[in-house]
Design a protein around this ligand. Sequence first.
Ligand SMILES: C[S@@+](CC[C@H](N)C(=O)[O-])C[C@H]1O[C@@H](n2cnc3c(N)ncnc32)[C@H](O)[C@@H]1O
Length: 251
Amino acid sequence: MDFKEYWAIVERDHTIQNPSSPEKLMLLADYCGVRDGLRVLDIGSGKGWLLRTWASRWAISGTGVEINPWFVAEARERARAEGVAGRVHFVEQPALQFTPDPEGYDVVLCIGASFALGSSDDAVLWMRQVLRPGGVLAIGEPFFTEIPLPEAALVELGMKPDSLRDLHGIVGALDAQGLELQGLIVASQDDWDRYENPKWRAAYRWAAEHPEHPERDDLLQRVSRARRNYLRWERRYIGWGIFVTRPVPGS
Ligand SMILES: C[S@@+](CC[C@H](N)C(=O)[O-])C[C@H]1O[C@@H](n2cnc3c(N)ncnc32)[C@H](O)[C@@H]1O
């Protein structure tokens, strides 16, 4: 089973596919100054909750870029059902193969998908290049809540000590790229749990529906490993935030 099918199964019940909440994603709209007429690009748009919800409130023109065909299909279907298909469209493509509109975008988002553009620094660089003057760049990233992490956590999570930054480190890296932090939205423990729990339930339900599937046991083992890592380490040591920035004038 490839990663796209795995994620389609474990996130079958998710609408928002990151540790956030509808309220926080509307706060994000506020921090980004979303209003009628803006052009919004969302890299790794998943099922398109953010673009669809914003488009139902404002006359934006939204583009989502997403590699997973299951998520793209659901995003398009929901956009049609919600009557916003004329305002948002979803491109099924790896982010790095997407050709951005040369006119640029007023808001460029990458919420939990910076790896699709390389490293987090690569993502910021790419996003900046497609931003219109006066535009807003918002990136959702995990961060370490404590540094250094216990050695056992690094080993079990398969991480290098420098693979994540803490909050201060992320803001420093944004600064170094000429971006001013204008807003920060951090996931609570409840947000994390609300994002992780439905994966376990979805996996068990899928396994019950597919008792003969050749990869049933592999999927259950993978979910069980991920749950163990979450409960033992990630829930405590890894935070998640959305960083809303604007280029420093003249930078
Ligand atoms: C953590 S989810 C976030 C989804 C969405 N931004 C949200 O917050 O609800 C990351 C998304 O990035 C997508 N993705 C992963 N690699 C990608 C790539 N190379 N190009 C485009 N999208 C990618 C995944 O399929 C997934 O939908």
